[in-house]
Design a protein around this ligand. Structure first.
Ligand SMILES: [Zn+2]
Length: 286
């Protein structure tokens, strides 16, 4: 009996030792596995770092999304608007052709008008309006690129149109304000390319439709329109160089004392642009 107990004890000790040994090995194995697992995130991190770098470089390239098939696919998923806040701090009166292959030339960028009441230069109002419109469009899921975000630039009207082309914008919106000799003249309007212009034959119809939809939305809220609100123009370099549908908003007359004040009233301007954004959204989904 005693022998049996001793044998049992020995067997128990042996089994325990074996189990302990095996456990230690398993733990080692477990640790090893853990270490290996730990390495995975490291590698994954590296990969995502590369991905990140790639993403960042894509992001950096976004304003000129012309060279990447991936970006092209991305872009198609949402409507893209290129906004051009008209003019800049200093005019550039050098000449450029009014359209591709044209002998006739025009100033690269003119001074624009000035508020008779506010004294505000048009290029300042145009950028203020552009920033508001950008936000309103983005809220509607529309992507926006801008030709300028500061006043201290030198970008000709041709170059602005080419920026819209390079970005393959679905709509190029130029923002301006009007001026007239007669201070009584007032009202919002949209300029569109003319029907009989060889430079804009391909984009005339879409541009006209976008303009019409915007004017319709603005007229819904009883804003003063200039005439019927829609004016074809054949003489604008910014239209003639554009290969994407293009319109030009004339927000109102800065030479009309009352309208000049209204355009510098943030609520008035935002409400007006809200209607413009609704018109753009109509066009985007038509
Ligand atoms: Zn202007």
């Amino acid at each position: 009996m005693r022998r049996f107990i001793i044998t049992l004890a020995c067997v128990t000790i042996l089994v325990s030792a074996t189990l302990l040994f095996l456990n230690a090995k398993t733990e080692k194995g477990l640790l090893k596995t853990l270490n290996e697992t730990k390495q995975y995130p490291k590698e994954a991190e590296n990969t995502s770092e590369e991905g990140k770098a790639e993403q960042t470089s894509h992001k950096g390239k976004q304003p000129n999304r012309v060279d990447s098939a991936t970006n092209e696919t991305k872009r198609k998923s949402s409507f893209l608007v290129c906004i051009d806040p008209g003019h800049q701090a200093n005019a550039n009166l050098e000449q450029e052709p009014i359209g591709p292959g044209a002998a006739e030339t025009k100033n690269k960028v003119t001074y624009g008008t000035t508020g008779v009441t506010t004294g505000k230069p048009e290029y300042v109002l145009n950028l203020e309006a552009a920033v508001i419109l950008k936000e309103l469009l983005e809220k509607k899921g529309i992507q926006v690129v801008m030709t300028r975000t500061s006043h201290d630039v030198d970008i000709s009207n041709r170059e602005r149109a080419e920026m819209a082309n390079q970005n393959k914008a679905d709509l190029f919106i130029r923002i301006h304000a009007d001026g007239a000799e007669n201070q009584d003249t007032r009202g919002f309007s949209v300029l569109v390319p003319g029907q009989n212009n060889p430079y804009t034959a391909k984009i005339y119809e879409d541009s006209f439709q976008a303009g019409q939809m915007i004017v319709h939305r603005v007229s819904e809220k009883n804003y003063t329109l200039l005439g019927n609100g829609l004016f074809p123009r054949e003489d604008l370099s910014g239209f003639n160089w554009s290969r994407v549908p293009v319109i030009l908003l004339e927000l109102g007359f800065m030479t009309n004392p009352e309208e000049d004040l209204l355009l510098s009233n943030e609520k008035y301007l935002s409400d007006l642009l809200l209607q413009v954004a609704a018109g753009v959204a109509d066009y985007a989904s038509h």
